[in-house]
Design a protein around this ligand. Structure first.
Ligand code: SAM
Length: 261
């Protein structure tokens, strides 16, 4: 069944002490454990599900992100991929960059990192996998040339804190790039997308991971994420400059960009 965006539903309330978990309002302090349960449950089938759910489109979206990162071939370059899970974005940046490109993946969920670690080992790739919270990063100021986050920011309870940390660890002149589901604004596509999201994806999730509820959460969390204009405002508030975004695939996803100048 189709469900409207949360801000259009009657009785929707949000205050400083609560946040969204899907369409539910939950205490801010409880959300992370709930998110962690979701990714614990799906970690082993996460990459397969990405291909099945998106018909492989997530690869094109991640490639657009990597093109924007544009790692140089001829000099050292350090990437931090936040909420990097099973390592997909880091692997793509390493493939696009030169021999002196280094990638660090931070994720709060050890199950996702374990999958990433095994995938990196199988490909012979050197990636540093670090267990940590995007809201409080274990790195010094100005230590990375680029900070990315793909389909991760909507899962982080305190988005402003994570943006502030991304800004803090970026080198002067460094770029922040965020790939996130967005607002479909193409007439016709929005109805198909809603039907697919609320009916097909949970059923696929049940078949492939045994957990329809995890995928219901993921679909609902997309509807709760701020519209791209609002998210751009949050990026500016964190200190990022030259903030912009680009809708991809009719607005199913947006690629957000900002610089530390
Ligand atoms: N970036 C990967 C990709 O595109 O395939 C994984 C995205 S997955 C949808 C979201 C990831 O965010 C999960 O691996 C989850 O553990 C991670 N995550 C959620 N909250 C986090 C937090 N506070 N700090 C770091 N990672 C977090």
């Amino acid at each position: 069944m189709n469900e409207p965006r949360a801000e259009h539903r009657e009785g929707f309330l949000e205050d400083a002490e609560t946040t969204h978990f899907g369409f539910r309002n939950v205490p801010l302090g409880d959300k992370q454990a709930m998110v962690d349960d979701v990714f614990h449950s799906v970690a082993n089938r996460y990459d397969l599900m990405n291909d099945l759910m998106s018909g492989g489109l997530h690869r094109a979206w991640k490639n657009a992100l990597v093109s924007a990162v544009n790692p140089p071939k001829g000099r050292a370059f350090s990437l931090l991929d936040l909420a990097g899970g099973t390592g997909d974005v880091a692997f793509r940046v390493l493939a696009a960059g030169g021999a002196a490109t280094r990638a660090t993946v931070v994720d709060i969920n050890p199950d996702m990192l374990d999958v990433g670690h095994d995938r990196a080992a199988a490909r012979g790739l050197m990636v540093s996998f670090v267990e940590g919270n995007a809201e409080a990063l274990p790195f010094p100021d100005r230590s990375f040339d680029a900070v990315t986050i793909a389909f991760g920011i909507r899962n982080v309870p305190r988005i402003e804190a994570a943006l502030g940390e991304a800004y803090r660890v970026l080198a002067i002149g460094g770029r922040f790039l965020c790939l996130e589901f967005s607002a479909v604004d193409v007439p016709g596509l929005d109805a198909i997308y809603d039907f697919y999201s609320f009916n097909v994806i949970p059923a696929l999730g049940r078949m492939v991971t045994g957990d329809a509820e995890a995928y219901r959460y993921l679909v609902k969390s997309i509807r709760q994420f701020p519209r791209p204009e609002s998210f751009a405002g949050m990026m500016r508030a964190a200190g990022l400059a030259r903030v912009s975004f680009r809708p991809l695939t009719g607005g199913i996803v947006a690629l957000h960009s900002g610089w530390r100048l």
